[in-house]
Write a protein that binds this ligand. Structure first.
Ligand code: ZN
Length: 174
């Protein structure tokens, strides 16, 4: 059963055990979450301890994931070029549109399409091809909610016992 706890991000401490298997940890795996902060977005990062084999499982991408990642870049470039061409062909003339203006706006739109397609492959499609072990290690601790200035983090633990230990440690320190 997953368990969610809230912790003070500045004082967050983990016991020195792997968050997946509870054996002694030798590595730190970075878990990050992008969140919106008023006008823009920011990223909050925490390091969770892992044993070397789970660290490996979490960080190494398998061949399928890599291939889908590369495919995302290629499809993204094609989508960007297609968007650029369509925009220039469908350009509604307003009198004094220079080719430079068209190319400039076309490039911005094209780049936007590239990022959209690439991100879809990288963050949504590729992770589906991860091995069960990778998924388990990557999702052992997730940041589910961030307060406006990231002082308070809501963390979801796959391991309920560990969540309780972390919660207790962070209460004592606070
Ligand atoms: Zn482990």
């Amino acid at each position: 059963m997953a368990k969610t706890i809230e912790v003070q991000s500045s004082e967050l401490r983990f016991p020195p055990t792997c968050v997946v298997c509870m054996s002694p940890a030798s590595k730190q795996y970075e878990v990050s979450q992008v969140y919106s902060r008023g006008t823009g977005s920011a990223t909050v990062r925490i390091n969770v301890p892992m044993c070397s084999s789970h660290f490996e499982a979490a960080s190494v991408k398998n061949t399928f994931e890599k291939l889908v990642g590369i495919l995302g870049v290629i499809v993204g470039i094609l989508a960007g070029i297609a968007a650029l061409i369509i925009l220039i062909m469908r350009w509604v003339p307003t009198g004094n549109d220079s080719i430079i203006l068209k190319l400039l706006i076309g490039s911005i739109v094209g780049f936007g399409f590239f990022i959209m397609v690439w991100a879809m492959f990288a963050f949504w499609i590729a992770p589906m091809f991860a091995t069960q072990e990778s998924k388990e290690a990557r999702n052992a601790v997730r940041i589910v909610l961030v307060s406006p200035h990231a002082e308070i983090l809501r963390l979801e633990f796959m391991n309920e016992g560990l969540a309780e230990i972390v919660q207790k440690e962070n209460q004592l320190s606070g």
